[in-house]
Ligand binder design. Sequence first.
Ligand code: NAD
Length: 260
Amino acid sequence: MSKVTGRTVFVTGAAQGIGEAIALRLAADGFAVACADMNVGAAEAVAARLEASGASACAIAVDVADRQSVFAAVEQAADRFGGLDVLINNAGVAPITPIEGIDYDLYRRAFDINVGGVLWGIQAATKSFKQLGHGGKIINACSQAGQVGNPDLAVYCGTKFAVRGITQTAARDLAHLGITVNAYCPGIVDTPMMQKVASDLATNNGQPFEWGMEQFAKNITLKRVSKPADVAACVSFLAGPDSDYMTGQAVIIDGGMVFN
Ligand code: NAD
């Protein structure tokens, strides 16, 4: 991967899990990193780690479900670093939803965060790139669950299929501005989100936590659950110049679960 200097990235959900790993990797790649999260205390801790390692970083409070909050946060990051080159819509939630138990509030909240958050992030990045007079890269969190339906995840799969559709459409709509839009599709990544999904599934089935994790892990070709850093390496490629001739793609980085 080529080293990037003088470029800025805005990452949502950067306080933990995959977003934290992306922040660490892109700082190592040479980006100044705005760590945006609704858990601003934890985002501050990540930004402090980055600064201690010699990178430029800051923490920014954001609720990605709130359009105004996303616009304000992206503007704050661009002001803080004097630019914006890459925006990563990583924040998301993954409720377990057996079909008959889905209620309106759960459906609404998941779509507001996973789908609304991506739309508002795309809009805010586009506004910022236009103001700055250049193009940029937008990268969205999809999932293997945005490629194939997963049991008990109807709402989550619906949001991630939507992210793939929005990514393809935004790529076509924004190409004339020099903006590329791609997505990454992780498989089973060992983060607080995945640990909760596995725990909920196990509880719903009267089984121990390890059984829940195994239900997701057993069909991985590479026979191991993903580390957040595996996904961050894919995002590093999507954020850097080696992916310049690529747009509208949802790259699967799942250890071999879905073959397209
Ligand atoms: P995580 O739950 O460990 O971390 C998510 C982060 O997003 C948290 O810091 C949380 O505070 C933040 N967040 C949640 N809602 C927010 C909101 N409304 N506004 C701002 N921040 C908010 O999750 P993760 O496992 O790191 O997942 C990151 C992304 O990757 C998600 O979009 C997820 O759907 C996707 N993904 C994860 C996996 C996996 O196995 N962990 C697999 C495929 C895709």
